[in-house]
Design a protein around this ligand. Structure first.
Ligand code: UFG
Length: 328
């Protein structure tokens, strides 16, 4: 297939592009490089620097490209920032997706896979999380992702779009061959922050809250390897069917606490990694992990990395070889 990847120079996007190329697809990456990295893009993919905000340029690219499908990663993803600047999030994540869908309809491209998030569930009252639980995001970031799911659902019904939303849990790890990995600026995610302590780039890791109703008092998350996320996108774009939005959780089905992650990082890196206990970070649900049986039944996908230690090992290979990320 000829596939247009918006945000293909980002973390999950770049790993997915690599997987698409390996599966024999012809890939064009469209990325503003505001957060993405040119060096993260597989050399076999075409690259266009552009912004989804520019609806006219986008429409031209889609018309000329004769694409079979789109995978859409381009979005802001910082929950705290979304609380402070909600309209910036709605404009970037929702309005720009509207441009993309309008350009797709005009160019007759009727297949899309969208990166959604477990943040659409807010604070679920049941675990593991199944797709039918109430969608009740507790921050603007999650609300923007849910709004896009709505646009996809309505488009699927109205103009025959084949649409899949993949609701990721916590993306983690790096490509098995060490070629690409995670490089956010600022970095706010737990595993890379802990590994930066191991590298001597930070003095300690702060544990946000030790009084949660979990076995060790710290938050539990489902850390899904980025290469597993990538393979889920490949299956979804190949198998999407027209007429309705299908939404799937993409996680391992296992939860790990913040303390468990720090301990696993100590063991993988051999560094002491001092930790400091702090108050809760506002807006963090105590526990989130996936029931991923729906995507297994539909696409035959399941996570290959189920032991978080292996995910951390892959991240450590990347961070220790690229301590300044793509600047190396
Ligand atoms: N944490 C710390 N110290 C840190 C950073 C994080 O204790 O320095 C904790 C957090 O409180 C949380 C866990 O580590 O309990 C994971 O935090 P991340 O920031 O790595 O990830 P989140 O679970 O907050 O966020 C992820 C995605 C978001 C998505 C969200 C859905 O990064 O895009 O899941 O809940 F919205």
């Amino acid at each position: 297939m000829r596939i247009f990847v918006a945000g293909g120079a980002g973390y999950v996007g770049s790993h997915t592009v690599k997987a698409l190329v390996a599966a024999g697809h012809e890939v064009t990456v469209f990325d503003s490089l505001v957060a993405g990295h040119r060096d993260a893009v597989d050399p076999a993919a075409a690259f266009i620097r552009g912004d989804l905000a520019d609806g006219r340029a986008l429409a031209d690219v889609l018309k000329q490209g004769r694409f079979d499908g789109v995978i859409h990663f381009a979005a802001f993803l910082n929950v705290g920032e979304s609380v402070e600047k909600p309209l910036m999030y709605y404009r970037n994540n929702v309005t720009n997706t509207l441009n993309l869908l309008e350009a797709m309809e005009a160019a007759d491209v009727r297949r899309i896979v969208f990166s959604s998030t477990c943040a659409v569930y807010g604070e679920p009252d049941r675990l593991p999380i199944t797709e039918d639980l109430p969608k009740a995001p507790i921050n603007p970031y999650g609300a923007t992702k849910l709004a896009v799911e709505g646009m996809l659902r309505d488009s699927a019904g109205a103009w025959g779009l084949a649409a899949v939303a993949l609701r990721y849990f916590n993306a983690a790890g790096a490509a098995a061959d060490g070629s690409i990995g995670e490089d956010h600026s600022p970095e706010l995610h737990l595993i890379p922050l802990v590994l930066q302590v191991a590298l001597g780039q930070r003095e300690n890791i702060k544990i946000f809250g030790t009084d949660y109703p979990t076995p060790d008092g710290t938050c539990i998350r489902d850390y899904i390897h980025v290469d597993d996320l990538a393979s889920a996108h490949v299956r979804a774009i190949e198998g999407a069917k027209p007429g309705e939005l299908e939404a799937f959780n993409v996680g391992t089905g296992r939860g790990n606490s913040v303390r468990e992650i720090i301990e696993a990082c100590r063991s993988v890196t051999g560094h002491a990694i001092p930790a400091i206990e702090q108050a809760r970070r506002p807006g963090d649900p105590p526990s989130l992990y996936a029931d991923a049986s729906k995507i297994k039944a539909r696409f035959g996908w399941s996570a290959r990395y189920v032991d978080v230690r292996e995910t951390i090992e892959s991240a450590w290979r990347w961070h220790s070889a690229h301590p300044a990320g793509y600047a190396n």
